[in-house]
Design a protein around this ligand. Structure first.
Ligand code: PLP
Length: 432
């Protein structure tokens, strides 16, 4: 009989099986990404992250059409605006992207971790579902405590949000009254947001090793500078700065102006403990470090990130965020559980490293000089129009991303599961 009680019991059974997780909330592509999910097909032609209006190009699908407002190759203004990075800018016409008729088999365009959340995180989400009628106050506190103990920081040095993107955007809002100094190419989200808010951005070209040119950055800082943004490891070049050099740069510069270090990919680099600048925050420097659960932790679709900074900066940034209930109870539970699943994180780290090694060998065999990578993506030059190359890859069911900088066309391929990288290699062979 279909009584409310029976319905409730059936729902509870479903909850126990975790079916509601994948069914109602559409998490399936995040947890089991890669192949036959309808939403994958919808997103196949373009990355789920729409471009910021810069020249990092959308990888269009079979139709070859670009989303409205996504500009393709052209730059967006004066010389300092010829940005080649990527970033969310999802509220404009760029969000109305098209679907593609091509079925994606290897989604290697958004630097996701296809191993997904750990099994402990998945179980924690299933359990948290039962109490998800409650506002996530204690759940939030549990994650805050876990991060503070994991990073060795105080609670007043931490700000949590639904991914690091809202925090990058909060920083853009806070510091757009002056000039933001950064690099080109780099991750564009904060920079484009600062420009949209009326700020000026100076983009200093990367050096010959595709790393931030710290001396040139320092020379670009003047009394109008309100923030320095450094993405380390850098997206899209996958390069990591020498920690000693970055530290001494930050020691000097942060006396004049805050330095924002975007460490979205830090967990994937060779030595995260040695590379992170969170210790500098603990020492009292004016540094803002952003982190995310979207990469190594495989939680991009769940949305969780944080910044670590001095308490006055945390307070300032918090006025530009959505506040305490921005992260869902399920996500909070998954993040706490991820910390308790070290073996899984090691497994994901090693699997990504093995896939990355494979990609590099594939490129080496084809005499393609890629930029050495310490992350879950590799960038390499292509001897044809980058967008055309990406489109050809898409025809083979492989989603990648194209860029144009230093007068060259580039392909950035995310590092996924080995079978996805084999698909990439097969497709590459047909095109280059
Ligand atoms: C360098 C960098 N920072 C920040 C982000 C935003 O990540 P999220 O909002 O998922 O934490 C990304 C996403 O790809 C990124 O590449």
């Amino acid at each position: 009989m279909n009584t409310p009680m029976n319905t409730r019991m059936r729902r509870r059974d479903l909850l126990k099986k975790g079916a509601v997780l994948t069914g109602l909330f559409g998490l399936a592509p995040t947890i089991f990404p890669g192949y036959a999910f309808a939403s994958d097909k919808q997103e196949a032609g373009v990355s789920d992250k729409q471009e910021a209006g810069g020249s990092g190009k959308q990888v269009a699908g079979g139709s070859g059409k670009r989303p409205a407002g996504a500009p393709g190759k052209q730059s967006v203004g004066g010389p300092d605006e010829q940005a080649a990075g990527e970033g969310f800018f999802s509220n404009g016409p760029e969000a109305d992207f098209e679907t593609t008729p091509v079925e994606i088999r290897a989604r290697l365009s958004a630097n996701e971790n296809p191993f997904g959340p750990s099994s402990k995180a998945r179980q924690a989400m299933t359990d948290a579902m039962l109490l998800s009628y409650r506002y996530p106050i204690t759940d939030r506190k549990r994650l805050i405590d876990a991060i503070c103990s994991f990073e060795g920081i105080r609670e007043d040095q931490l700000l949590l949000d639904a991914g690091s993107s809202p925090l990058l955007q909060a920083a853009a809002a806070c510091y757009s009254s002056g000039t933001v100094v950064s690099a080109n190419p780099t991750y564009e989200d904060l920079l484009k947001r600062a420009q949209a808010a009326g700020g000026k951005v100076i983009r200093v070209p990367l050096d010959g090793e595709y790393k931030y040119d710290l001396p040139a950055l320092e020379s670009a800082i003047d009394e109008s500078t309100s923030l320095v943004y450094i993405c380390n490891p850098n997206n899209p070049t996958a390069t990591v700065l020498d920690t000693g050099k970055l530290r001494s740069f930050c020691e000097r510069v942060s006396k004049k102006v805050p330095v924002f270090i975007d460490e979205a990919y830090i967990d994937l680099c060779d030595d995260p403990q040695k590379t992170t600048l969170i210790p500098m925050v603990k020492e009292g420097h004016n540094i803002i470090v952003a982190r995310t659960f979207s990469k190594l932790y495989g939680m991009a679709g769940l949305r969780c990130g944080y910044v670590v900074a001095q308490p006055d900066i945390i307070k300032k940034l918090s006025f530009h965020t959505n506040g305490a209930s921005s992260v869902s109870a399920l996500t909070l539970a998954a993040a706490v559980a991820s910390y308790q699943d070290k073996p899984y994180m090691e497994y994901a780290y090693k699997s990504i490293a093995a896939s990355r090694k494979y990609v590099c060998e594939v490129l080496k065999k084809k005499a393609i000089t890629y930029v050495p990578s310490q992350t879950n993506f590799v960038i390499f030059p292509v001897n044809m129009d980058g967008a055309a190359f990406a489109e050809k890859m898409m025809q083979q069911g492989v989603g990648v991303r194209s860029f144009r900088f230093f007068d060259k066309e580039w392909c950035r391929v995310s590092v996924g599961k080995m079978e996805e990288m084999e698909m990439f290699a097969t497709a590459l062979d047909k095109i280059l």
